[in-house]
Design a protein around this ligand. Sequence first.
Ligand code: ADP
Ligand code: ZN
Ligand code: ZN
Length: 762
Amino acid sequence: MSIVRIALDVPLSTLFDYTVAEGVVVAIGQRVIVPFGRRQMVGVVMECVATTDVSPERIKPVLQVLLDSAPLSAGLLDLLRFCSDYYRYPIGQTVLPALPARLRSDKPIISKPILSYRLSASGAALDLDSFPKRKVVQRRILAKLAEQPCNLAQLKALSTTAGAQLKTLEQQGWVESFSPAPSLSLDRTTSHSTRPSKNDGQVAGYPAKGGGEQIAQHTFDNAHILTSEQQLAVDSITQASGYACFLLHGITGSGKTEVYVHLMHHVLQRGGQVLLLVPEINLTPQLENYFRSRFPDVNLISLHSGLSEGERLHNWQQAQLGAAQIVLGTRLSVFAELPKLALIIVDEEHDSSFKQQDGLRYSARDVAIFRANQRGVPIVLGSATPSLESYHNAQSGRYQMLKLTGRALAAARLPAVRCININQTVMHHGISENLLREIGQRIVRREQSLIFINRRGYAPVLMCTGCGWLSGCKHCAGKMVLHLKDQRLRCHHCGYQVRVPHACPSCGNADLHPVGSGTQRVESVLQERFPDARILRVDRDSTRNKRAWQAMREQIHANEVDILVGTQMLAKGHDFPALTLVGVLNPDSALYSSDFRAAEKLFAQLVQVAGRAGRADKPGEVLIQTAFPEHPLFRALQTHDFEGWAASQLAERQMAGFPPFVYQAMLRAEGKQENEVYRYLNEARTAAVTLSRSLEIPGQVEIFGVVPAAMPRRANHIRAQLLIQSTTRKGLQQFLRAWQPLLDALTAQKLRCSLDIDPLEF
Ligand code: ADP
Ligand code: ZN
Ligand code: ZN
């Protein structure tokens, strides 16, 4: 009898031991169904061991081995183990959520493609001549599969009992099923992809760099001759042997995407797989179409949360088989099986959407770097505004810096950036006269304007002019946002909403005033000023419907829109050729925020949104409304000086002792009882302080005080946090590893607690 150690999706940092009946073959990485308490659960076999601490009367058997999908590779399991350890999160809750939902359910997966069968490695090693002669049907099946993989219908042609015999062969481990790639006959580049993928995550046939590379064929639309900077970037990356991390720092419109295309071409020619990570699900359909147009007969799939469970499973399995040559996905796709992975690209690497904010709080960018290292392949981080972490690493030589300093299209200039001092100009409900005039000129010239304001709704708060009452949320520390269209006050933190009151709830005064502006108010101010203009508002409210955003993009491209009003949804990656003016309202709150990353984020956002202007042959202009026109951030924007800005930010961070010069972990707790929240965090802190005195670790560990969260009350929960930081990553990791059992020993009933490693939000 053998024992397997199983990862289960339960909040305990341990594997669970089960027995396997005699004769049943279980591979590491295989999914199994096991009894757990009164339930049955799907788990993943992480280890096969000889002994267990569980007593013989208590240990239970594996109920079923799921053979409907190939086992997870050892490489992927290693990656997940690393994440569980690094992010201090239970192994089972790391492994299972990384899989498509269908693979986590104990119902058999019904995937559209018909399963095929092939010999496993041990099946291929069988000597048919010495195989028992009386097992006629099994012999026939083995012989047939030795020629080529077949589906069940084809095998049933051999014998009516083929189905049952096939099962037996599968249970013996000689035959395995897989879902074939539908387009295999078309793409010659993956002709060897039907071979069983080896369990170490590498396909044996994948040619090593240098020696005798086989050139595979695919159609490549080589649309552009690369600029010399682009060519240098492509050459540097394709010449890398093994792991290397490149920071591709290219201004907006410099042709980073074109660099990716050429890198993909290089990898595809050699039969490898490319993983391209993008921050936003909204961007994937566009990019998908774009890359399809460049590689018309290549098998490209996307992986993101917008897919149906069936599509997700199908695409995931395509990646797992090595049939998907380009995998385009949001953060979760960093955990896709990629047996022939040869290159990872992280586009917009600075984007905070790569960080997961619940469950396993991983940074997909950082995990991607680890994975590239583990697999010995190059990784490219692309951005116009790299994160200070990555930029610092490139400067210190840990990453290789590659720069694209000019726009790819010679005619496309970077936009001119100007500030409008809101204290020295006439304002109309938050929009300056200068900006309105500029918009008017664009309408006359049939060009588009974009007004960027990072607030949806009509006004962020409603105020009573009599007593100063503000529309606070009764469940949160925040304010309720006025949504005039549906006459509601809505809390954007907890979702609570009420009808707009007719009179002040505090003093009865009927004179209530909206304070500040959101997208709806900007829209109505503009509509009043330009009654004939076609105005389109793009925010989460107007794009709630799944297809709305797609339809809106088409409208914009067809030049059926004069003025776009939108939030950061509009800032990212979109290419609107007729857009020549960008107006930025209200950026100032980020300049003096308590969040030390606020300025970095604002700079990146403004560069992005500014980059939307003047992409084609028409020059663009950006107007920023601010009370601080002399602020260094705006100066740097005006001179397009990322380097100078980053250098000053890094100097400040170093002085203040902030990342990337220190490494941080944040313990958060929230609960209904304030004293419980603070008791827990204070006990955690006491344990940490005691521990830090006894522990020998590299660097220093600094333990801060317990403080309220930035939003100290949300949905009736009191929220507080405790920051730990260290001068070395290793030191912090060692400390956290020792601290964890002490945390687990504290009572935290009725509290929601989480440990966030490399937190982005404060
Ligand atoms: P980025 O991703 O850096 O913002 P893109 O890759 O979208 O920039 O390129 C901007 C524009 O320049 C696109 O329209 C693209 O087709 C074009 N382009 C890119 N590289 C070249 C090139 N070498 N020659 C001509 N046009 C190019
Ligand atoms: Zn009042
Ligand atoms: Zn609320």
